[in-house]
Design a protein around this ligand. Structure first.
Ligand code: GLU
Ligand code: ZN
Length: 536
């Protein structure tokens, strides 16, 4: 078993029956981090033996999601390695060889029971014994000659593991859950190879983990009940048993197992909603593991050096998207403007498209409530997928061409930005040209407030903004406006809020004069005039 010199080898073994979901991603992260922290190997193996549900497309999606998360594997698909192939469907010969060994020692035997017989056994047991304890061992003691003759005659059969009689409890030391023990006498003789010759999950996984030299099996605790069965297979093959570490579940905020009901569980949806891979890895790593119980910011380099199995929790973890969003903002603020614009480009291009769309003059639009805003954000999943390709290329090219201008947005929003998909709605006003879409509530609260002086405030600001002798820069413009307001007895708030609404459409916006600086004088004046005209 494990000794000091043994190199750690771990694997992530997804079944390509769907996308990479958050639970799978966390399992991958733990395996990756453990390998890195131990100077070991991280292996990726695709468990594609279920022909009906496994697809090549899903495999591609999983590989892409792992790469996006930055979890590079040392051996596996597209990378190769000494103990490949890394797709189970390409390893059939190894399962056959293992079965031959088990046949030779008598540890595997053929079972000819029909589905009808097994179904009847189950029904009978459920009625009379209050539950089905598994296969009854009907074919276990069949005369080998009879069995050979029936096989030779082509009779359908599966191969079962002969669970040794009198086997004591199956015990193992789980790296997370501690000492585990399962009675062996209630284990039925599990199927190793089906009648079509395909290996079962338990058999294939043991063969692969053994043949690939896996030292630690780190996986979700939904596999905990498989582990004693797998240990029986290791024993039957005379192979060393790896160390197991079963991971606690990830729950939704309502305490139920995380699922589609809780919103996106697909990793790539988070990418497409504008979350950063670094924040995802950090956040998922903390769902069941901690450095010291308090540190929340653990960049991948730290994870790769500090990760340990000892600090995995037995307690189920709760996925909280708000915490993830907060952490995303933390990582966001650590980006340089160059990194930021690299990631932000599609969102900026989309903001441009949104802002330039179908506006004419001044319009008033209904104010969304909190739920609507949340829904709107959640619906912005790579929204450019619906934009015609040619138009999209132009929009993206525009960001590249006017990069210096786009970079000036960065200081305006970075302090408060949490995810990229906030940007389109927040920044659309920069692309309105001479038009304005006014938020209904802001109109009522700021522009049409009873006894208010919003029109006067707009007139005053207009005078300043027309004055060509003042540089078109935030600070001098702000100063001049403020002075004018003061002279007229208007407090800054009463002066600038109407201007904010007139220019950005909303009482909440990025810093106002800095935003105005990004717009042209003629557009700003046109917006003010348009708004003044509907106020009269
Ligand atoms: N292929 C299995 C799954 O996706 C994982 C098996 C394992 O880790 O042992 O659930
Ligand atoms: Zn049988």
């Amino acid at each position: 078993m494990a000794n000091e010199e043994m190199k750690v080898r771990v694997r992530f073994a997804p079944s390509p029956t769907g996308m990479l979901h958050l639970g799978g991603a966390r399992t991958a992260i733990y395996n990756w981090a453990f390998a890195r922290s131990q100077g070991g190997d991280f292996i990726l193996r695709i468990e594609d033996t279920d022909p009906e549900r496994s697809t090549h497309e899903n495999t591609q999606i999983i590989l892409r999601a792992l790469r996006w998360l930055g979890l590079e594997w040392d051996e596996g698909p597209e990378v190769g390695g000494a103990v490949g192939p890394y797709f189970q469907t390409e390893r059939m010969a190894t399962y056959e060889a293992a079965l031959e060994e088990l046949k030779a020692t008598g540890a595997a035997y053929p079972c000819f029971c029909s589905k009808e017989r097994l179904d009847a056994c189950r029904a009978q047991a459920e009625k009379s014994q209050g539950g089905y304890a598994g296969y009854d061992g009907h074919c276990r003691d069949m005369d080998p000659e009879e069995a050979a003759a029936r096989i030779a005659a082509g009779e359908p059969h599966v191969w079962r593991l002969r669970v040794p009689e009198g086997h004591g409890p199956i015990a193992f030391d789980d790296a997370v859950y501690g000492a585990m023990s399962f009675p062996a006498d209630v284990m039925d003789d599990l199927i190793l190879v089906r009648s079509d010759g395909s290996p079962t999950y338990n058999f294939a996984v043991v063969c692969d983990d053994a043949n690939m030299g896996i030292t630690h099996v780190i996986r979700g605790d939904d596999h905990l009940s498989n582990t004693p069965r797998q240990i029986l297979i290791y024993e039957a093959l005379g192979l060393p048993v790896p160390i197991f570490a079963h991971l606690p579940m990830i729950l939704g905020p309502d305490g139920k197992k995380l699922s589609k009901r809780h919103g996106a569980t697909n990793v790539e949806d988070y990418r497409d909603r504008g979350f950063l891979a670094d924040a995802m890895v950090n956040y998922l790593a903390l769902l069941g593991w901690s450095l010291d119980g308090e540190t929340t910011q653990i960049p991948r380099e730290m994870l790769a050096s500090e990760f340990s199995l000892e600090r995995i929790s037995k307690k189920d973890a709760v996925f909280d998207e708000e915490k993830l969003t907060w952490l995303d903002g933390v990582y966001m603020r650590e980006m340089s403007v160059g990194e930021w614009i690299g990631e932000a480009t599609p969102w900026l291009a989309y903001a441009h498209r949104l802002g330039a769309q179908a506006l004419a003059g001044v319009s008033v639009v209904p104010s969304p409530d909190k739920d609507q805003q949340k829904e709107r954000l959640a619906s912005l999943i790579a929204p450019w997928q619906d934009v015609p390709e040619e138009e999209w290329q132009e929009l993206v090219a525009e960001v590249a061409d006017r990069r210096a201008w786009y970079e000036r947005i960065y200081p305006l929003i970075i302090e408060r930005q949490t995810t990229f998909n906030e940007l389109p709605d927040k920044l659309a006003f920069l692309f309105w040209g001479a038009n304005v879409a006014l938020d209904e509530k802001s109109v009522a609260k700021v522009l049409k407030k009873e006894g208010g002086r919003a029109d006067e405030a707009l007139e005053l600001c207009r005078e300043v903004l027309t004055d060509g002798s003042i540089p078109w820069e935030a600070e001098p413009l702000q100063e001049a406006c403020r002075a004018k307001g003061e002279a007229a007895g208007l407090k800054p708030k009463l002066l600038f809020q109407p201007l904010r609404v007139a220019v950005s459409g909303n009482q909440v916006s990025p810093p106002l004069l800095e935003s105005i600086e990004l717009l042209s004088r003629s557009d700003v004046l046109a917006r003010i005039d348009g708004v003044l005209s509907i106020m009269r």
